[in-house]
Design a protein around this ligand. Sequence first.
Ligand code: HEM
Length: 470
Amino acid sequence: MQDVWLMEKMAHFNREFIPERRMHAKGWGAYGKLTVTHDISQYTKAKVLQPGAETDLFLRFSTVAGERGAADCERDIRGVAVKFYTPDGNWDLVGNNTPTFFIRDVHNFSDLNRAVKRDPQTGRRSAQNNWDFWTLLPECFHQITIVMSDRGIPASFRNMHFFGEHTYSFYNEKNERVWCKFHFKTQQGIKNLSNEEAEKINGMDREFHGKDLFEAIDKGDFPKWTMYVQIMTEDQAKHHYENPFDITKIWRHAEYPLIEVGVLELNRNPENYFAEVEQSAFTPAHVVPGIGFSPDKFLQGRLFAYGDAQRYRLGVNHNLIPVNQAKCEVNEYHRDGAMRVDGNYGSAPAYTPNSAGVWSAQPDVMEPPLDLDGAMYRYDPKDDPTDDCFRAGGDLWRVMTEDKKQILIDNNTAGNIAPCTENIKYRHAVHCYHADHEYGERFTKAAVLDLDKVIELSKLSNWELNKQTT
Ligand code: HEM
């Protein structure tokens, strides 16, 4: 016991683990910069998006379902979280490599993660749980089509696009608001892995994507993405044929073209994985003047979840961890709390309003007011009879070449859903059939189902279909 260094070593070792992220636990990060090459100042006054602006950033890629030790090359969506260290404070864009999401109701979020993660009895991942949940919510259909397509396992993080997914807002110097979506297109070209290639790689190197990113940056082969935005005016939004704030819908590019903004480059590896990657903390709640939120209820739910998760995972002062610190003065005037290791605002008053003239609110950086009308109630998007969950998935099917269709149906969906019970397969077949008859017929054949039954079931409402296939 007198060997106090030994006691210290053992005690520290026992406490070295911190909770992993509840989802997106496995990830890799790098630093870089955003260079704005085009002029979108008519839409936003954000300094980070003004022509010629160069802003440092930290970016973390992740898978969603796997735990911290999971293999990189799994069939899953990839998270892409970016922290822009802007002159007005941090702007975090926390997106994925798909333009839409599975669900749109915050209530379904924890359930989605429980369905794709481990079964409470067996402790194993379960295709049955996964597909059961997905197919009971028809709005998942577009995202399922993407995940089961050739893009479901990217060859590397460098070879995929990424998106903000939600509708956000911009406002300009005149405080005029537009709605916007963010897109980042890889300059390395899209490359994907087949199931067989991924299985082989996972067997040999579970950290394959992390290694690829680190080594590319290490040898000066800096990956780049071209940044674009789509813009919708408030008036267009009022008359849009779908809910423009529904994350399971896309805005068609022909109607809302991509507007080029600049180039995002990754050019520096972290020095220490735990300090910089594991302790990085992103939240969609971090916006800067010129960039705002929207009435997307799913986004609204996220505005709480991330900070809350980080207060648990890293502590109440997680924004003071160097990778998370803004590169400008921050005047949030929070005090004290575990691991407060800076000057804690010294002797400045701890309250506001005060006569010292500090911590006063800045109305000039507020988002412009938003007019709202309509009934307030616990709205379920499925209550909307005009809602079409299958159009976007059908559009995607129709632009696929024959080889991509084969990969989607024969290589991926049929194999992935094979362990599930027949009721779930029928539910998915009906959704495919709604999206495009050919899509439905081909899945029905690949899953060895009865097409007449699929056509009969396709005449039912969603509620009746779910009842008959449960
Ligand atoms: C209501 C829906 C959602 C909730 C409640 C939610 C919640 C969370 C939470 C609690 C974390 C862990 C945060 C941490 O421990 O630091 C997380 C991580 C993440 N989420 Fe979400 N999420 C939602 C939807 C989405 C959507 C739609 C996207 C993409 C557009 C997304 C992208 C990510 C990414 C990329 C990460 C990892 C961030 C990192 O690298 O640290 N999430 N989410």
